[in-house]
Design a protein around this ligand. Structure first.
Ligand SMILES: [Zn+2]
Length: 160
């Protein structure tokens, strides 16, 4: 089961492939600019400034992709460095956002199931693990707002 870090790695690999394609396209533009006029008379009809514009555009795309990859790498580093606190049966980051205890992904589909005090549940679904994560303490049901408020009071954001 791929976790978030593996997904980020895949994204980075994809971006590197894109950069390589961009670099090849740029190289082809340079070759076309030099060789084109000699082999293909049609290039003579294309003004040099058009070719230069294409070259500049290709370089710009490369720079853009480079920034994108740097951004992804930084996110990956942040994710690896993220510290979690386990409370109420779930992991919390320093921004009091819940994370799956198994894969550390952010779970979705928060819901509170009403019932008798013993049956009440507050739960998330981890789309990655396909599991249900319940927010609870020794007394059972813990709603998300209460859990967050509790963690803020305990100041977990500054203790890690
Ligand atoms: Zn998970």
């Amino acid at each position: 089961m791929p976790n978030l870090i593996e997904k980020a790695k895949e994204q980075i690999q994809e971006s590197i492939v894109q950069i390589l394609f961009g670099a090849i396209a740029g190289l082809m533009a340079v070759i076309a600019a030099y060789v084109g006029p000699l082999v293909l008379p049609v290039f003579n009809s294309i003004p040099n400034n058009v070719l230069l514009t294409l070259l500049a555009l290709s370089l710009l795309i490369n720079i853009g992709l480079w920034y994108y990859v740097s951004h992804l790498s930084k996110q990956l580093r942040n994710l690896q460095d993220t510290k979690f606190t386990k409370r109420f049966g779930i992991l919390w980051d320093k921004n009091y956002e819940p994370h799956c205890p198994s894969c550390k992904n952010m779970p979705s589909g928060y819901q509170e199931i009403k019932g008798t005090p013993k049956n009440r549940r507050a739960q998330f679904t981890c789309v990655n693990c396909k599991t249900t994560i319940q927010l609870s303490d020794q007394d059972g049901f813990v709603p998300l707002d209460y859990a967050r408020e509790q963690l803020k009071q305990e100041n977990i954001g500054y203790s890690v």
